[in-house]
Write a protein of this length. Structure first.
Length: 301
């Protein structure tokens, strides 16, 4: 036996309902927006202009959020088994799980946050063999939120890695400086030809340094001049080039070498020229079409 009861809306002020109640219509927080409605189809939220911003479907349990933000906790595509998890306490981390009993994490992508100067991204891939998880492309871009170009980092934790194709670092710290004008006449005082400012990434490592000029002009035959590459105040003997003057114009210099630079450090890289013996001077030649050039770039491997 059922009884119908109509209660005026104004009569419901406060109190507690106990038991089970059947609602066959629509329960809503108001007639005008913004409002929330509850029906047999699910729960819906609307903003002030009537846009359906939140939908919880009773048919399949799906949740749709239009333009909102989910904050706090861990977002999972499933409670257990094969799934993706997204967390963001001190860093934003995406984790992919295989669903094995050991809860093996196949890979993780982590981005440092929290206002640290060392903003970076790290991709870690873990498996017995990368052959069992074919990858068509892995691309890691650099972060420069604090105005400093920093490389991303990729860690591959596998017993076997087979790579077909090319590995390339994208947006790793590098730099070039040029001059299209001839240098001054250089004698027995060491003179800086070019200076390159380079800030290394958060891991540091090996950097290749190049210097080129297309020609030199000397005044005295037999004078000896020396080009030297320096990082800060440190000169590298392996990055020195000596030129014996033949008088007049001669072929220029080409220097290349590899140095290890510390992580997250601003470096001043220079190329100097000095007359080490003799009495004359030397001028380094440069034009707009063939400038002298100083370059530095990170080395892979």
């Amino acid at each position: 036996m059922r009884f119908g009861l109509n209660i005026p809306a104004g009569a419901v002020q406060s109190g507690t309902f106990a038991g089970t109640y059947l609602l066959t219509g629509t329960l809503q927080t108001g007639i005008a927006n913004p409002r929330i409605t509850i029906t047999g189809a699910g729960i819906n939220a609307y903003n002030a202009i009537g846009t359906n911003t939140f939908i919880l479907s009773s048919a399949d349990g799906s949740i749709t959020i239009n333009g909102g933000t989910i904050t706090g906790g861990i977002i999972r595509t499933a409670a257990t088994g094969p799934r993706i998890e997204l967390t963001g306490t001190f860093s934003l981390q995406q984790s992919w799980y295989t669903g094995l009993a050991s809860e093996t994490t196949v890979s993780q992508l982590t981005s440092a946050t929290g206002g640290s100067a060392n903003h970076y991204q790290t991709l870690t891939i873990s498996s017995a063999s990368l052959n069992s998880h074919p990858l068509s492309s892995i691309q890691i871009a650099s972060m420069s939120e604090d105005g400093i170009t920093r490389p991303a980092q990729i860690n591959i934790n596998t017993a076997l890695v087979n790579i077909t194709g090319t590995i390339a670092l994208i947006n790793t710290p590098s730099g070039t400086v040029t001059s299209t004008a001839n240098s001054a006449a250089i004698a027995a005082v060491s003179t800086t030809l070019l200076t390159l400012s380079l800030t290394t990434g958060f891991t540091g490592g090996l950097y290749e340094i190049w210097y080129t000029c297309y020609g030199v002009s000397a005044t005295v035959i037999g004078d000896l001049f020396q080009f030297t590459l320096l990082v800060g105040a440190s000169a590298f003997t392996a990055l020195q080039y000596k030129v014996v003057s033949i008088g007049g114009t001669a072929t220029g210099a080409f220097l290349i070498g590899t140095v290890s630079l510390p992580a997250s450090t601003a470096n001043s890289i220079t190329v100097n020229l000095i007359r080490s013996s003799g009495t004359g001077t030397m001028t380094v030649l440069a034009t707009a079409s063939v400038p002298m050039r100083l370059m530095a770039k990170a080395v892979i491997g």
